[in-house]
Design a protein around this ligand. Structure first.
Ligand code: FAD
Length: 268
């Protein structure tokens, strides 16, 4: 979805065009931070383009399935996260007169926004599950390291602030795990759309937890924490980037706040 030229956290801004030409659609534009394209088994991409500039704000865009080897699709470059490159890539893509048939349309023309919303839910839960795993591993590393290093005559693990960090990490990770489980349960029972606010909540909550746990684990490791000798620095880059990817924190907070305000609406 995301485009370098427009603020893409508001998906209604997306400007790549898909124009009708006989029986075909012609796509022109540029996307970036497209994850997974460099995976050797990646054959298809899902993208969204403008099909009706005069349509209603949430009915202007359409989703397309694009084979990665379609003529006119070019990988411009692989993009880093704080200097780290992921093997499966986060690439910038140029779409230059990319011709697709009607069978490339996912869902209905103009229905791109709704599909985007429906599709993001399960992916978000999966992100959160991976983040809990990362935070759990960071806590384990923090415990091991703090017991094996001594400063000023005592193991680092005996310092009150480090014990607090360890305890708080345990509390926050356990709370985060339960919230993710509850959200997945709600999605099964009431569907993705009705569970959207819960998905926003877990994204913000888990990323805050994982960011804090990793930050503290890095601190406990000293210089080794920012080196490549442990996975912590790379994980930190991933976690920090995810506070932007898949919708910035602020957009999720806005969705949560709007829902609360509606629940307690005051008529003027
Ligand atoms: C590692 C990584 C992987 C990614 N993978 C993908 C992918 O596979 N597919 C894809 O389509 N995109 C992907 N993205 C892109 C990501 O989803 C976008 O960067 C994100 O949606 C934000 O869009 P933007 O960068 O255009 O920021 P902008 O829309 O320009 O927003 C910039 C900042 O404005 C602020 N802001 C925005 N709205 C509000 C608001 N309502 N209130 C307060 N502040 C606000 C936020 O702080 C936000 O970070 C990835 C990004 C990264 C870093």
């Amino acid at each position: 979805m995301t485009e370098p030229a427009v603020a893409s956290s508001d998906a209604s801004n997306l400007a790549m065009t898909a124009e009708r030409d006989g029986d075909s659609w012609i796509l022109d534009g540029r996307k970036w931070y497209v994850s997974g394209v460099l995976h050797p088994r990646c054959r298809y991409m899902m993208t969204v383009a403008h099909t009706d500039p005069d349509g209603p704000r949430h009915g202007r865009h359409t989703q397309f399935i694009v084979p990665v080897d379609t003529p006119g699709v070019t990988v411009v470059r692989n993009l880093p996260k704080f200097g780290y490159f992921d093997a499966d890539g986060h690439v910038e893509l140029a779409f230059d007169q990319v011709r697709l048939g009607d069978d490339a349309v996912l869902g209905r023309v103009g229905g791109g926004f709704a599909i985007g919303q429906a599709r993001l839910g399960p992916a978000r839960v999966q992100h959160c599950m991976r983040l809990i795993g990362m935070a759990e591993q960071a806590l384990r590393l923090m415990c091991e390291r703090s017991q094996s290093r001594e400063t000023f005559g005592a193991p680092v693990s005996t310092r009150a602030n480090v014990m607090d960090w360890i305890a708080e990490a345990r509390i926050d990770i356990d709370a985060a795990r339960l919230t993710v489980l509850r959200t997945a349960w709600l999605m099964d029972r009431q569907g993705d759309k009705a569970s959207a606010p819960e998905m926003s909540k877990i994204k913000v909550q888990i990323l805050r937890t994982a960011t804090t746990v990793l930050d503290r684990a890095i601190q406990v490791f000293g210089a080794a924490g920012v080196s490549d000798d442990t996975p912590l620095a790379r994980w930190y880059a991933t976690v920090r980037s995810l506070r932007i990817a898949d919708g910035p924190d602020e957009v999720h907070l806005m969705a949560i706040a709007r829902r609360e305000l509606r629940r307690h609406e005051v008529s003027s």
